[in-house]
Every structure is written in C-alpha cells, then in structure tokens.
Ligand binder design. Structure first.
Ligand code: LLP
Length: 402
C-alpha cells in the first residue's frame, strides 16, 4: 500500500521510477510457496514478467524454479540463484547458440514447440556429447478468454504442437538417442480471470493427452500447466493478492496424477504485478479544444501495456492525497511524453484537480513493465526503488525555483 510516508519521500526522488513494495512481494511469494507445498505443485517463476536482479534473487532464495524464454533469461536466472535443473526453457524460436548454452548449463527441460526443434536439440546434444532433457509443449486448443495478443493455446496461435503431430512426436522421441523425454507442457494464455472455468477445460484436455503419450510407451514424468493467473488491475489495494487458492485447487484436483508424476505451474504476473508502481510527475496541464490533458514524465517506453494492448492501469494522484479531500471530479486524458498518439495512460480518467509537479502513481506495474521497457526516443531507463532501502533512490535536482 502506498502510504503518506512513501509520498513524502517520493517528492524528493527524480521521476519516473519503479517502486517495488517488497513486503507485498514477500507475502505473495510466501503464500505461493505454502500453497505449492500443500498441493504438491512445483512452481517455476516466469522470469519474463520482471527480471530485476533483486527480485529474481529473492524469489530464487525461496526455492522456486524458473521459466525462461531466451538463452539470456536462462543464464540470468541461473546467475541469480535458480538451480539449472529446475529451470525450464520454452519459446517457438530457440537459436542454435541458445540451445547449446542451455544444454551445457544442464537445464531441467527444453519445452519444445515443434518436431524440428526436437530433432535439432537431439543433434546438438549429440555433437556436444551431453544428454538434453526435453518436454513437449502442446497446443491444447483452449481459449483462455483473454486479450488476443496474450492468448497462446488456440489453434490460431504459433505455440505448441497440435494433435495431428502427436504420433510423429512419439516416433521421433523414441528415436532420439541424446534426449531424455521428461513430460508435457501447456500454457494457454495470460491475465486469465475465469480461472476455474479455463483451467478446468485445460485439465480435461491434459488428462487424455497424457494418457495418449503413456499408452504409446513414453513415460510422462512431469505435467506443466504454465502460468496465466490474472490480477485485479481495477482494485490493486482491495485485491493485492491474486486468487492463487482457486488456481492451485482447480489444477491439483483437475489433473489426474499417477504415482511419481510431478505437477508444475509457471506464474509470472500474479507474483510481481501488484508490488510494482510506476511513479511519475505531471509535467504540464494542457487545456485542449475538447478535453484536458495531463502530460506525465513517464511514457510508453517505460510501460508499454496501455499502448500495446489497450491495457487498463489504475492512475492515482498521490500529491492530491496531501490536499484536503478533493473529489475525483476532473476528467483528464493522461498522456506520456513520447512522440506517438498511442502514448496514453488513460483517456477521460477522473482525478482530483491536478497541477504541475503532482506525483502520479500508475499501479499494478510490476509485471511486464520494467521488463518490456525500451529506450525509444532515447529516453533514460527509469530506475528501480525498493521499499526496503528507499534511500538508495536518485534524488531530484531542482532546476528552477518557481
Ligand atoms: N509460461 C509461459 C510458457 C509463458 O509464455 C508465460 C507468459 C508464462 C508462463 C507466465 O504467464 P503469466 O503468469 O505471467 O500470465 N506481456 C503481456 C503478457 C505476456 C505473457 C507471455 N507469456 C502483458 O503485459 O500482459
């Protein structure tokens, strides 16, 4: 929760910056760890959601594995303390260099997304003289009811291997001398809010597919259902924790596990989204022909989700909290400084009367915020400030006394 002490301190810090509430991160990780042990589920944190060293090191220290989608993510995760054998590597386009590095590192599994990839990994493992562990990522043809850019499990999507190739996969895997087949992987999408409904459907697809592989002579040791649990972007203070109970419970009861089979999940967003806030300042208040604009110093290069997906993030004027009871009655188009018309934080947002210099919080920004940021317009990367040691922050320089 952003309290008044934060706000007074934020006033001295150069904006924009990412603020991470480490107490919330710790509570969330502990909750996930306790559910994981209750339900016997192995958790791999999806590092793409937030790859800040300090965050990775903390999550690794709690015994989680890592889910990666590039060679650099694999090496970075291992460097931050995730054990190689609990690191998995998905993605439809792994390069030869990435495959070789991950084989040498001895990762827990390549989640393979095509027949050709299995073939190439086998050949590279043979050349390196190191056996590679491989899972097969399946496209289950399940609609996750989420934004079309983050749906991954329908037949329209590039991810996973679909039914018509199962028998070829079985034949190929039996022929690959340098591959140890470990299990099956599924990931149907992200920001899933119909948790019970979507994951029950996923489980109904998973069970017969697992049986198919086992009936055809391949032992499916691990069943990985990916990530995807949604968070509340509308009410980050009311719902700081995602509904992990429903997710873990649905998956644990829905997947038929035989003796010795392990079950895995790969949460990213649900672990880190709510602990992160992008803190910005109002540069200018501009009266337009038909609307008023609040121009912030944070832009789509910092957090691209609104521009890319039309995503909603709650916006709050923190400075106005220090002014007596202003109603949220001004409609503003809150925009960034980047030279793109899609650089809009929110159109027609109701906020208290806002003035130049006000601190603005863009909430639920811990996942796919800093990790997706760019230097577009040659803007400086916004630094991270952690609640544990706020005094490490870059303090503000006053250029003009007004
Ligand atoms: N496992 C795999 C194989 C994935 O591709 C992903 C995310 C995850 C796990 C973690 O999913 P999560 O628990 O975070 O939903 N940039 C988008 C989200 C892209 C998700 C990509 N894959 C956004 O900002 O909404």
């Amino acid at each position: 929760m952003l309290d008044i002490n934060n706000i007074e301190f934020f006033g001295k810090v150069e904006t924009p910056f990412w603020f991470y509430d480490m107490d919330l991160l710790r509570n969330t990780v502990e909750k996930v760890a306790s559910l994981a042990s209750r339900y016997g589920i192995d958790v791999h944190y999806a590092v793409k959601a937030n790859e800040e060293k300090r965050i990775l090191e903390y999550i690794a220290s709690k015994g989680f594995g890592a889910d990666c989608v590039s060679g650099n993510e694999v090496m970075n995760a291992i460097g931050c303390g995730f054990p190689a054998e609990r690191t998995v590597f998905a993605g439809v386009g792994k390069s030869d260099r990435e495959i070789a590095e991950a084989v040498r590192a001895g990762i827990g599994s390549f989640n393979c997304e095509s027949l050709q990839e299995i073939y190439v990994i086998n050949a590279m493992a043979a050349r390196l003289g190191i056996r590679a562990r491989v899972s097969v990522r399946i496209n289950p043809g399940v609609d996750a009811h989420t934004h079309r850019y983050i749906t991954t499990g329908t037949y329209e999507n590039k991810f996973g291997i679909s039914d018509h190739e199962f028998s070829d996969v079985v034949t190929l895997l039996k022929r690959c001398r340098w591959i140890d087949f470990t299990g099956l992987h599924f990931h149907v999408g992200s920001q899933i809010t119909d948790v019970r409904e979507v994951f029950s459907l996923v489980c109904e697809r998973v069970n017969p597919i697992v049986s198919y592989f086992e009936d055809n002579g391949l032992e499916v040791g691990s069943i990985n259902l990916g990530g995807g649990l949604g968070v509340s972007y509308e009410d980050p203070d009311g719902e700081p924790m995602a509904d992990f109970e429903t997710w873990f419970g649905t998956v644990a009861s829905g997947v038929r596990r035989r003796e010795g089979q392990t079950l895995h999940l790969e949460p990213g967003r649900s672990i880190v989204a709510q602990c992160g806030t992008l803190v910005s300042r109002v540069l200018f208040v501009k009266v337009g022909e038909t609307k008023n604009f609040l121009v912030l110093d944070a832009g789509m290069n910092d957090l691209v989700r609104p521009a890319l997906y039309g995503a909603y993030h709650k916006i709050e004027n923190l400075s106005a909290r220090l002014r007596p009871n202003l109603p949220q009655s001004q409609a503003y188009d809150v925009v960034g400084p980047v030279c793109e018309s899609s650089d809009v934080w929110g159109a027609g947002r109701l906020l208290p009367l806002s003035v130049r210099g006000d601190l603005i919080a863009i909430r639920s920004a811990g996942a796919y915020g800093q990790s997706m940021s760019s230097r577009y317009n040659l803007r400086d990367p916004a630094p991270a400030v952690y609640s544990d040691d706020m005094h490490g922050a870059r303090l503000r320089t006053e250029y003009f006394q007004e």
